[in-house]
Design a protein around this ligand. Structure first.
Ligand SMILES: Nc1ncnc2c1ncn2[C@@H]1O[C@H](COP(=O)(O)OP(=O)(O)OP(=O)(O)O)[C@@H](O)[C@H]1O
Ligand SMILES: [Mg+2]
Length: 292
């Protein structure tokens, strides 16, 4: 089920590719004497490909394995099996130095900005922490970089001495984005990065991701259960269910021409705010109805 991978020309390796990822968690149930150990497969043979300058959205119900997949490809969690490549180079098992290089290329933006930002650190310290970890010296100084990054993500640079609790949820998420951008990564992995925000703030942050991508050619892995959000940002979409890939394709393939019943059901559950989508969805349903 790696249609996206197959269409890539040999000469152009994907920015990030994952092959046959499996994640098994051991679970124990019962009492001390009757305890049974079993294995739960949270990620089941997932292959995916993130192309240069494009956004791959990963969608699926709660518990379908999206975050576990994200943590594996971000190398925050070692997979039970499978391999990961960055621009054709195998990064599955790497030395500390190579892992540090990987962290420079791949940054993560988490769902809950407040729990992912150290409450005792000021914003400038938070934003520059990845630079210190990487041992990067900034021409023009860190202070200027913090100012530039804060301006870029829509924060007032005069607030760089404040603490996370002094910001709103949307602003705090922008701090998380500025931190991810500080090392100039090639890939941003965003796990439900806008889910905790109000709808209007969500739209602003999505637009920020889109303009950052247009300016700098970032690739993005965008994990969300909200398909209305995904539709606004994705170039490619991968649908997951129970740890496995249901189908993957371009955004229009998945939204307009879904092949699998699971995807159709998922799409039918989108709360339709936009009348144009609603009309299109009805047409699709009629088409599906006529075809069966
Ligand atoms: N450390 C762990 N130990 C045991 N089971 C785990 C662990 N992490 C995740 N799981 C299980 O793996 C499955 C997939 O979880 P995951 O968090 O990847 O789903 P998700 O698609 O991100 O869901 P959500 O939309 O709710 O964020 C779930 O059943 C979850 O309970
Ligand atoms: Mg999740």
């Amino acid at each position: 089920m790696s249609a996206t991978t197959k269409t890539l020309p040999e000469s152009e390796p994907a920015l990030l590719e994952a092959r046959n990822l499996v994640m098994e968690f051991g679970t124990a149930s019962g009492g001390v004497l009757t305890q049974k150990k079993s294995v739960f497969r949270a990620v089941d043979d997932v292959s995916l490909s993130v192309r240069h300058g494009r956004t791959l959205a990963v969608v699926g119900e709660s518990g379908s394995g999206k975050s576990t997949t994200a943590r594996i490809i971000a190398k925050l969690l070692p997979a039970t099996s499978g391999s990961i490549f960055v621009e054709g180079e195998d990064v599955t098992d790497v030395s500390k130095d190579a892992l540090r290089r990987f962290r420079r290329q791949v940054q993560v933006v988490f769902q809950d900005p407040f729990s992912s930002l150290n409450p005792r650190h000021t914003v400038d310290r938070i934003i520059t922490a990845p630079l210190d970890y990487q041992g990067i010296t900034v021409p023009g100084g860190k202070r200027r970089l913090v100012k530039e990054l804060m301006e870029r993500v829509g924060l007032d640079p005069d607030h760089s001495g404040r603490y996370p609790s002094q910001f709103s949820g949307g602003q705090a998420q922008r701090i998380g984005i500025a931190r991810a951008l500080a090392v100039k990564p090639k890939l941003l992995i965003c796990d439900e990065a806008v889910s905790a925000l109000d709808v209007s703030v969500q739209a602003q942050v999505i637009n920020l991701f889109k303009s950052l991508q247009a300016e700098n050619g970032y690739s993005i892995v965008f994990i969300a259960h909200d398909l209305a959000v995904v539709r606004q940002i994705a170039h490619d979409v991968m649908v997951m269910n129970r740890g496995a890939v249901v189908e993957q394709g371009s955004r229009d393939d998945i939204f307009d021409r879904p092949q699998e019943q699971y995807t159709k059901t998922l799409l039918a559950a989108i709360p339709t705010i936009n009348p144009e989508w609603e009309a299109r969805r009805r047409m699709n349903e009629q088409r599906v109805g006529a075809a069966t």
